[in-house]
Design a protein around this ligand. Structure first.
Ligand SMILES: Cc1cc2nc3c(=O)[nH]c(=O)nc-3n(C[C@H](O)[C@H](O)[C@H](O)COP(=O)(O)OP(=O)(O)OC[C@H]3O[C@@H](n4cnc5c(N)ncnc54)[C@H](O)[C@@H]3O)c2cc1C
Length: 249
């Protein structure tokens, strides 16, 4: 049995639009983690207010022009990503990509020519936070770092946050907006991993009070995170988001 929520997530529907953009710049944050800025007039008014809001990026093949209709955009490869920052008036959105061994999204982020065209679909919904959490529990691998960054930025100043991230040795220096109220644990693959860390946590590791929890990583972590947060820590389901962000083949 879990307790009744006094804090929690509330899903707000958003007007879903497909906006075309171009790749404006690329900044390597570590050897395997890259920030890309997408820009264009259609990104004016882009809005993704929730920390874990996500969109679908449609990636045109190298050298392609922007197709004229949303239906044609949707024929291109697409992947889901988390907007980490944006300027509604200037018309740009930043995304942070893990660059891994192979994949359309990873390859595009690392190598697409500046000026390449793409489109952003969504977000179709946004997770607003109801109430004031006493503490945050945030965990994931590199793919969750944009959302974790946004949760940390958006919290009330001084709210304690327990953050656990699993990264490769290349990504130990990925920047996170931590402060004195943040306890950060970095697990470095292959020796350490998030699944084992979550499985090993006990009641004494639970942040106190009304906790808001977010965990996103490879799909295998999902049942382990649910068991920790829902069963062992009795955090109400309304205050928990656990998602598989990718699947190991
Ligand atoms: C809601 C949501 C938000 C997301 N936000 C982000 C984000 O902000 N930044 C980000 O980098 N990712 C994010 N992801 C994860 C990203 O969508 C996936 O990792 C996606 O599979 C990457 O596509 P790809 O074309 O690079 O690889 P794919 O073509 O999907 O896969 C190719 C191969 O790479 C493997 N692979 C895929 N992802 C990874 C990975 N992370 N690590 C190691 N191997 C992998 C697959 O198992 C497969 O073998 C998010 C996912 C979701 C569902």
């Amino acid at each position: 049995m879990t307790a009744t929520a006094t804090v929690g997530f509330q899903t707000v529907p958003m007007e879903s639009t497909l906006r075309s953009a171009t790749l404006l710049s690329r900044t390597w944050l570590t050897p395997a983690y890259v920030r890309v800025r997408l820009a264009g007039p259609e990104l004016r008014g882009f809005n993704a207010p929730g920390a874990d809001d996500h969109v679908r990026l449609f990636l045109a093949p190298p050298g392609s022009a922007a197709p004229p209709t949303p239906e044609q955009w949707r024929e291109f490869d697409s992947r889901e990503y988390t907007p980490v920052d944006n300027d509604t008036e200037a018309g740009w959105v930043d995304f942070d990509f893990l660059v891994h061994a192979s994949g359309t999204g990873s390859e595009w982020a690392a190598n697409a020519r500046i000026g390449s065209v793409c489109a952003i679909g969504g977000p179709r919904r946004s997770n607003a936070i109801a109430g004031e959490p006493d503490a945050l529990f945030l965990a994931g691998d590199e793919t969750a770092i944009p959302a974790i960054t946004r949760f940390l930025r958006q919290r009330r100043p001084g709210t304690p946050a327990r953050v656990v991230v699993e990264v490769s040795a290349d990504n130990v220096q990925v920047p996170l907006p931590i402060d004195d109220a943040t306890t950060l644990t970095i697990l470095v693959r292959p020796g350490e991993n998030l699944a084992e860390a979550l499985a090993g946590m006990t009641a004494t590791d639970r942040p106190s009070g009304n906790v808001l929890a977010f965990v996103a990583a490879e799909s295998g972590v999902v049942p382990i995170a649910r068991e920790l947060l829902g069963e062992r820590w009795a955090i109400p389901s309304e205050a928990v988001i656990v998602k598989g962000y990718w699947r190991k083949d």
